[in-house]
Design a protein around this ligand. Sequence first.
Ligand code: ADP
Length: 430
Amino acid sequence: MKIEISDLTFTYGEHAVLRGATFSVPTGSFLGIIGPNGSGKTTMLKLMSRLLKPKGGCILLGERALEEFGHKELARTMAVVAQDTTAAYQFTVEDIVLMGRAPYIGRFQSETTEDYRIVHHALEITGCTHLRHRAVTELSGGERQRVMIARALAQEPQVLLLDEPTSHLDIGYQQEILDLVKKLSTVDGLTVVAVLHDLNLAAYYCHELVLLHQGKIKACGLPQEVITVENIEEVYGTRVLVTPHPVFGTPQISLLPGILNRHKEQKAPHLHLIAGGGSGGELMRDLNEAGYYLTTGVLNVGDSDWEAARALDIPVIAEVPFSGITEERHRENLALVTEASAVIVAEIPLGHGNLLNLQAALAAAEAGKPVYLLEEKQQNRDFTGGAGAQLLAAVKEKGIVVREKTRLYQLLKDEYPLETFGVEKKGAAH
Ligand code: ADP
């Protein structure tokens, strides 16, 4: 059964909570409602389940207006799993699920074998059969959540509304419940609308998404149309990366630090990082967060460390992809090394293409500048047939070898005390 919502508005007293929402949910679709806290998601679901009455606009279930449905008729058409499923009474699981049959049982009738068959089926597909004689008050959060879904399914609805069905559940239960819900929509044609706060789960499972922002629809459509860097940064006020799921291609969000690299003008201690091949990303994130002014080089364009430097606004001396360091880039790197208070050498693999980076570190050490060499893994990383190892030994002799990142941070903090520097935040909407 399809749902059509047009120009829906709602206010709590003077407070406008929904301000003209229009979208539709096709039969058998799984639609996720996402948005920050207080954006109106639960209110939307309450309007759709007729727990609240809209101030304006309308909701159609199939071809009919929601308000035209009789009480029992609505319960036979739509089931709702609310957010708070704490059960106060000592009912057994089977009793609770049997309550889902109430819209089908007349006032003076009792349950039929058909009702029990449906209840047992609902218990089975939600994995609750073994719990059926247990008191619902004695269940874990995940078990209770599944029981509430079983009760909703016993209603044999055509539409299922869920408010944060996976909050408080661990990743295993989240997957179990959302797999089930997805199957009910895809295979059995149930129309599902769920409020979800986990954006990655929403993008992974839902056919379509509605993104609410301050009571308005900011975006609506396929996950890749809704989960974009621009939308997420604007609505949540946080810096993110959006990349396709490595297997299925659905958009997935990764957090980026909100704090960008301190600029020179802020007079933070200047550290120059020599990295490459993914050895420097974590260092950049942590040292940037701590408050140092960072520079880095020479890195190849496209290297993951080059990506990390760009994401954090760290000045980087960059060489074209897959090419060795040229004299020109080396000179630029040496200029930054000279400016910096100290040089940090990450655990880089050594090839003929990047030996000049070690030469830069050696030049710094020979000039009396502190050079910290991080060696956590301590495995052979010389791919030059000896020249790299020899150069590394020379740098080590004059530098400071550190075995753990946390130790490095401690040494740096002692040597280069950090004051409170101004913080520049990017992408923050609030
Ligand atoms: P969400 O589910 O997106 O967190 P809600 O729909 O619960 O948002 O709430 C939207 C707005 O309505 C919030 O600003 C909230 O404070 C307000 N609100 C929710 N319930 C009530 C209520 N019963 N009375 C007054 N204001 C409410």
